[in-house]
Design a protein around this ligand. Structure first.
Ligand code: KG4
Ligand code: ZN
Length: 348
């Protein structure tokens, strides 16, 4: 079968065609129109500008996805779309477009949770994985740990109590004056820095979250203290007069990145032990990080876990992963009617 995926939850307009033959998924196309250049001027995503740009881009992006896949609308068997979470104005463009397409083509409409999409990027890239899988989803809006005992089932066992890791990257880049999105820039600067140069705190959660008392909470993350510590360091340093040197910026990036990567990997492998994982994966925009990828592979090899990350093109937001998650939902009968609405805080 052929499924069209549509993703507009944040600042990428994306459409993809994924085929399924005898249970094997193949990406026929995956078109991403990034709005990064528009938002970088403002130092972060401006929601109103994002939704307006999605409207401009969506028709062309869907057309490009069909053309690249050498297929046409009538060949599609289903339409999958990100229902949430994300920016409501942005989500609504994708949801409305997908609903119109499903109605006019008389095809099933498949709602997809954005984070399920990120998790399915691992299966899309690598095929069937040994289960249970412990998956870290780490992006600009989320930092969560999931256990996947069977395909299409996602149980959350950890999450951030405050900032997402990608958000911390973006905020640190902003306060260092490095631009947006910050993750790739900090990643690059960190390669030349000394990761022990700046003493920064690492937060370890030991108490249950009042909002989620059923979980122990010791697999949760917290990055806002780290971000504040970087801010304090930069302010103190600024009191000495001269601006930060390139070497100092590299050192701050490297030191910040060491703390983030260690926190992410510590909790991930604790979860892997606790839930008897047969494989471990990392997905989401921050999984593009070079140190996270390298340290993840090292630790997994040392601890004896098969480790998986998506290709870089499937790490950051894209519609192929939404199409893949759409195939899971389609087979499970999880379809939507034309009353489908965007849900900015949809839970998984
Ligand atoms: O998954 P994604 O594309 O969008 C969301 O769902 O949020 O993730 C975007 C986030 C941004 O915060 C960006 O700074 C971060 O992923 N990111 C990175 C890297 N590439 C993207 N963070 C660290 N290192 C990278 N190389
Ligand atoms: Zn994402």
């Amino acid at each position: 079968m052929l499924i069209l995926g549509i993703e507009t939850s944040c600042d990428e307009t994306s459409a993809a065609v994924v085929s399924e033959t005898n249970g094997v998924w193949t990406i026929a196309s995956n078109i991403v129109a990034s709005q990064a250049a528009i938002h970088s001027e403002w130092g972060g995503v401006v929601p109103e500008l994002a939704s307006r740009q999605h409207i401009r881009d969506i028709c062309g992006v869907v057309r490009a996805a069909l053309d690249t896949a050498k297929t046409d609308l009538e060949d599609l068997d289903a339409i999958a779309v990100t229902q949430g979470p994300g920016l409501v104005g942005s989500l609504l463009i994708g949801v409305s477009f997908a609903k119109s397409l499903a109605l006019s083509l008389n095809r099933p409409l498949v709602p997809v949770h954005h984070l399920a999409g990120h998790i399915e990027s691992l299966f899309l890239q690598h095929g069937d994985l040994p289960l249970p899988l412990v998956a870290l989803v780490v992006s600009g809006g989320h930092t969560s740990l999931y256990v996947v005992k069977e395909p299409g089932s996602y149980v959350r066992v950890g999450k951030t109590r405050d900032d997402a890791a990608g958000e911390a990257y973006d905020k640190v880049a902003k306060l260092l004056g490095l631009g947006y999105p910050g993750g790739p820039i900090v990643d690059k600067r960190a390669r030349d820095g000394n990761d022990e140069a700046v003493a920064l705190p690492s937060t370890r959660m030991t108490h249950a979250d009042r909002n989620d008392p059923t979980l122990k909470g010791d697999l949760d993350f917290s990055f806002s203290g780290l971000k504040t510590a970087v801010l304090r360091h930069v302010r103190q340093r600024a009191d000495h007069g001269a601006p930060l040197t390139d070497t100092e910026i590299d050192d701050i990036c490297a030191s910040f990145q060491r703390v983030v990567v260690n926190a992410l990997l510590d909790r991930t492998f604790e979860a892997a032990d606790r839930y008897g994982a047969q494989s471990v994966g990392i997905a989401g925009g921050v999984s593009a990080n070079s140190r996270l990828r390298a340290d993840f592979a090292d630790r997994a090899a040392r601890l004896g876990f098969p480790a998986y990350v998506p290709a870089l093109s499937l790490s950051t937001d894209n519609a192929a992963m939404i199409a893949a998650a759409g195939l899971r939902n389609f087979h499970a009968g999880k379809l939507a009617g034309l009353d489908l609405n965007a849900d900015p805080s949809l839970e998984l």
